[in-house]
Write a protein that binds this ligand. Sequence first.
Ligand SMILES: C[S@@+](CC[C@H](N)C(=O)[O-])C[C@H]1O[C@@H](n2cnc3c(N)ncnc32)[C@H](O)[C@@H]1O
Ligand SMILES: [Zn+2]
Length: 652
Amino acid sequence: MAAVVEPLTMFIVVRKDLAKKLQWPTGSVMSQACHAATAILHITREDENTKEYLSDLDNMHKVVLETKNEGSLEKLAAILTEHQVPYKKWIEQPENIPTALATAPLRSRSPELYMKRSFVRLFRSNSIQYNTAKIMSTAATPEIDITQYNTVTEGKATILFPKKNEVFYNPVQQFNRDMSIAAIRTWSEIYNQEKAERIEKRLAKAKDEESIEKLQKSLDSVKTSNNFVILEALAASGLRSVRYAKEIPRLKQVVCNDIELDAMEAIKRNVKYNGLTEELVKPNHGDAMRVMYDCVGTDNKFDVIDLDPYGSAAPFVDGAVQAVAEGGLLCVTCTDLAILAGSMHPETCFGKYGGMPLKNMFPHEMALRLVLQMLQTSAGRYKRHIVPLASCSIDFYLRVFVRVYTSPKEVKKSASKMAIVYECSGCHAFSTQSLGKISVKDNGGEKHTPATGPSVNSLCENCNSTHHIGGPAWGDKIHDDEFVAKMLQHVKDNESSYGTAKRMIGMLSVIKEEIHVPFYWTLARLCGTLHCNSIPILDLFSAILNAGYQVSAAHAGKQSIKTDAPPPVVWDIMRAWVKKNPVVMNNIPENSPARTLLAKEPTITVDFTRHPKAVSESRSEHLVRYQVNPTANWGPKARAGQKRKTDEQVFE
Ligand SMILES: C[S@@+](CC[C@H](N)C(=O)[O-])C[C@H]1O[C@@H](n2cnc3c(N)ncnc32)[C@H](O)[C@@H]1O
Ligand SMILES: [Zn+2]
């Protein structure tokens, strides 16, 4: 392994008593640090270290510390002089008092030791918290024998992985972590904005001075302070938490929990190695379920809960839907896609998720909808409901981002959001059947009744075959348009922050274009059923649009067609295609769906003229819409030191 080079670091020390005792405003205190830092960079501008430090402006390491008062600052200055550490002590005018000092960029950690001797602490103020203050040198600390580890850098985190344990790091999950950071950052802006708006409304109505002052204070805090807490319930090495701490602004704390002792050791080691405090990334050894249940009924709910287990998240969901704050974010991974997508043991899927999978044409979207159904079913027990923000089918796993709210009124609507799904066993035509129906009463109120159905005949109206029945599954929207658009814009604006930005932009663009109808056809199934030549997808999209229906691709399946055109219309279009591109009927077995389908004449006039909306933006911009280049490491990782479980196999 290459030797670890300590990064160049500047230490900036500010007097604590300026704000606390002398009541200097925040801006003036910050200016002291800025004056000292800029001055020492100017003074040492010809030094190689300073040149190097300034050559990579995006990765400057700074440690901001506080010291008690003038006396302790002077004492520190004397120690630095004694050890010939270049620094600038800032004397503020017209007060003519020393207020702060900053060292030149240095590779050595010795200044940190002098600081400790002078009882200097990481800077913490009630009103300002600098993220840079939490980031100390990533140099090897004396306690860590780094020869025992390999380092992996992902985003802003560098993690130590024991050389003897190769399964600990799964690079394929970088996309999951990148997407999660982008989702949490996007959500947190909305969350804070909503909080601020609520306070502003109260402020507008407030009459007495005392409440105005109180509300103004909390508004300032919502706008400026680090104010939300994440629970990473299943954290392994702590890589995700370290990235969250370094890459998500305004984060107050991430609780980094794991049940395994060796994971706990790794978390502590990685927090330290990344120069983070255990106040910011709090290692917690415990069973995720207990950690979440412990905060139920308290005011200490988590603003974000991240569940990223090996296999299914199902066992953790009941606790998570209760432990997340109002309007908070639940991020859920399930890697047991073989089960969820029905390629084996549908009965196991029902046991875990409370719904039957359908494996044929739209297994991955069905899997997403089963997970959302499970989340809502759990949440409903506690008068809570979910709002899906983005639901992603990725390689061999799923990742969903949902907000959770308390509202008995909304919970009542959940029956109407759940659907039984019928998929024809012959031609794969599909239909959903809501479980509930909402009608509006004379007084404007909502009336909930069982829905009427079923939505299909006992045999398929297109090919006379029987139906497979799946679900109940989530039948409502699986993405929030506004959220997806914001998240996509965020990634485009911060491309350099994400190692997998291209793929993120591709997937989010396809998701943004998805129309809100459940499930999709695939070109392979449509053409395979009829044994015909493949229809160019743009011809099919154009024919659907020309017939007056909507169409889009689905991110969960390649060559997929999401449309509100009913199955008889889709089959009419395919019949018209076969008329132009005849199939050899001799090759088609008697009683096959193809014969029944092709025996009927189209009932609509099909127009294949290229429609202007047939080519979507994501297609025309040649984005990475679907992952095409799996690496040697592709697939889920087994638990450290254990064999991979059967339901965690790579899904084909
Ligand atoms: C897939 S790994 C987590 C990976 C991590 N989130 C990341 O992004 O790097 C799952 C972790 O869950 C932990 N785990 C399993 N059951 C748990 C439980 N009941 N409570 C807490 N941790 C648990 C395992 O020890 C393992 O480290
Ligand atoms: Zn059929």
